[in-house]
Write a protein that binds this ligand. Structure first.
Ligand SMILES: [Fe+2]
Ligand SMILES: [Fe+2]
Length: 258
């Protein structure tokens, strides 16, 4: 199985970049399944129904999310629809809408959120242990998106799940890391996928407002960069059908002009 995992897609520029590149990449690289991190799809903050369907049409099989998933209200009710392939992190308190894991397709997907410098959530380590303890989705490759700030927390999760899932990838920082590896137990790992968004930006947002916040300590509204040079960050993971574990992981990074 060849699985492409795409980093945080930021705003309409990110979505346009996905629509230009993903259908072609699916074909060129013989991709069977696409997981796309969508928490910043709608204007940089959250997901709307429209933007989710736009990405599904472009080739995303499952959309994962993170701390911004609650920003747009129209999506929240829809998260409870079992046929809607958008996940929210598993380790949010269970009283919230939606689900954090999906085993509907050829690949099972788990969405977790980290706690270091992100927020007060249940332990992502305990949450996934509970999920896997019952033999969940043991007949297919399982990939995990840990949406977290701290590199150490993501590296630790890789080792925690080594040999139990096909892949652990990190998201949320919007900065791609160069540490793709197969851990000894057969789990593919990378600390951060990166993003799909403007290159002349601060993590996808206009430089001016982001810089002003650092210089003055006073925040103005952030706006995503929607044109100019755009980067598309993802990783391709190959799994062995007989074991469900990974055999290869490599970065698939592209740049285009919008
Ligand atoms: Fe995030
Ligand atoms: Fe993000």
């Amino acid at each position: 199985m060849r699985i492409l995992m795409v980093g945080d897609v930021v705003g309409s520029g990110g979505r346009r970049t996905v629509k230009k590149l993903l259908p072609r990449l699916r074909h060129e690289l013989g991709i069977d399944f696409v997981v796309l991190q969508g928490e910043n799809l709608a204007g940089g903050f959250g997901i709307t129904l429209e933007t989710a369907y736009e990405m599904i049409e472009a080739g995303a099989d499952v959309i994962t999310s993170g701390n911004h998933v609650w920003d747009k209200r129209d999506i929240v009710r829809k998260l409870d629809d079992p046929a809607f392939p958008v996940l929210r992190p598993l380790n949010y308190p269970p009283s919230n809408a939606g689900r954090g894991a999906s085993s509907d397709g050829q690949v099972a997907v788990v969405n977790l959120i980290g706690r270091v410098w992100v927020g007060e959530f249940d332990s992502p380590f305990a949450a996934i242990d509970d999920l896997l303890a019952g033999g969940w989705a043991s007949d297919k490759p399982i990939v995990v998106d840990l949406h977290a700030e701290a590199t150490s927390e993501k590296v630790a999760m890789g080792w925690h799940l080594d040999g139990r899932v096909a892949a652990v990838v990190g998201t949320h920082t919007h900065v791609a890391t160069a540490d793709c590896m197969i851990l000894p137990g057969g789990t593919a790992y990378v600390t951060d996928l990166g993003m799909v968004g403007g290159m002349h930006s601060v993590i996808g947002m206009h430089v001016e407002e982001a810089l002003e916040r650092f210089l003055t300590g006073v925040g103005r509204r952030f706006r995503p960069v929607e044109s100019g040079p755009m980067r598309f960050n993802s990783v391709l993971i190959e799994t062995d059908d007989s074991t469900g574990m990974a055999t290869a992981i490599e970065r698939v990074d592209r740049e285009i002009e919008l």
